[in-house]
Ligand binder design. Structure first.
Ligand SMILES: CC(C)(COP(=O)(O)OP(=O)(O)OC[C@H]1O[C@@H](n2cnc3c(N)ncnc32)[C@H](O)[C@@H]1OP(=O)(O)O)[C@@H](O)C(=O)NCCC(=O)NCCSC(=O)C[C@H](O)C(=O)O
Ligand SMILES: [Mg+2]
Length: 292
């Protein structure tokens, strides 16, 4: 079943107040972080704290992901073991660059006999990850990889490559589009990276609208103050939902049964628009079910 992924809020696993507060925040998902938001000497305590928070099952309909440490770190194996034990909806793996990385994650999950319901999300945030995006996405067809989606990571890309993060993101758009195409070619979900300038409300709103228009399913966030604007941008407008229902109703009429293209309110509508309409309605219904 489709679920809304308009807004996924990152929070440091070391921040008990944030983990508690997240129970009531209107984000569609939560990413409990063990990687960059947690200092090396706080990793073990953060892991225990996340385990307790996830096991308590207090996050309701929100999708819960645990971002583990990167595969070249000393922590990732213990991070995955914790996730396999407490069962979040998924793990998010940073800095994935090759199909060998995806195989290593799958192997570790198998070794731990992890519940098959735990999905794997990968961050596309290295030069190699971007270059191999299509090959990585194609791994979703290999049994046991559990691959559900991509999360774009602009900060690490900028750090590694020297490509600057500028307002409007002109420098990043080619690789963003490349990642979105790769994800879509293999039916994966794809989420935008975070916007760090928390105080810049207008800049954030513009980046959300741009993310939606570029084709992202939603955006990852770093502060609760970003949730409402993000949800509003990625929620299909009521008029789009009404139009989608009208398109489906029109194709269901007996006189249109054998037709590929029809006229509706002065516009040409094809069966491909009915497919788009079904997705719009499914997302709107999922948002309504989640009560946000
Ligand atoms: C950026 C922050 C450190 C700011 O924290 P703070 O100064 O405490 O903010 P506020 O005083 O405005 O907070 C108000 C209340 O909201 C709670 N809060 C703040 N942030 C969060 C959050 N993310 N989740 C849940 N709750 C949050 C505060 O506790 C306050 O609560 P109250 O006590 O009721 O007033 C902080 O926002 C933060 O840590 N953000 C997340 C940082 C993070 O997770 N970073 C990693 C992801 S981004 C990334 O890794 C980049 C990517 O990989 C790439 O390469 O691009
Ligand atoms: Mg990163």
């Amino acid at each position: 079943m489709i679920r809304p992924r308009r807004s996924l809020l990152f929070m440091p696993g070391s921040n008990a107040r944030a983990l508690e507060k997240a129970r009531l925040l209107p984000a569609d998902g939560l990413i409990l972080d063990l990687e960059d938001a947690v200092a090396p000497d706080a990793k073990a305590a953060a892991r225990d704290q996340i385990a307790t928070a996830v096991a308590a099952k207090g996050y309701g309909h929100r999708e819960v992901l645990v971002r583990i440490n990167a595969l070249d770190s000393p922590w990732w194996r213990d991070d995955i073991a914790m996730a396999a034990k407490v069962g979040p909806d998924g793990i998010l793996v940073p800095k994935v660059s090759s199909i060998e990385d995806i195989a290593a994650i799958a192997e570790r999950l198998t070794e731990l006999d992890a519940d098959p319901a735990i999905r794997v999300w990968i961050m596309i945030e290295t030069a190699r990850g971007v270059l191999h995006a299509e090959e990585l996405a194609a791994q979703t067809h290999i049994a046991g990889t559990r691959l559900a989606g991509f999360v774009f990571g602009p900060n690490d890309i900028s750090r590694e490559t020297g490509i600057r993060m500028l307002p409007g993101r002109a420098t990043m758009i080619p690789m963003i589009s490349h990642c979105i195409l790769a994800a879509r070619a293999h039916g994966l979900v794809v989420l935008d990276g975070p916007y760090s300038d928390i105080a810049n409300v207008d800049g954030f709103a513009q980046e959300c609208a741009q993310a939606r228009d570029l084709g992202f399913d939603g955006k990852t966030l770093i502060h609760p103050g970003q949730i409402d604007a993000c949800n509003a941008t990625f929620t299909p407008p009521a008029e789009d939902v009404a139009q989608a229902r009208a398109i489906l109703a029109a194709f269901e009429r007996p006189e249109n049964a054998g037709r590929g293209a029809i006229q509706l309110d002065g516009r040409m509508v094809e069966r491909l628009h009915a497919e788009i309409a079904k997705k719009t309605i499914a997302i709107a219904d999922a948002i309504e079910r989640a009560g946000r």
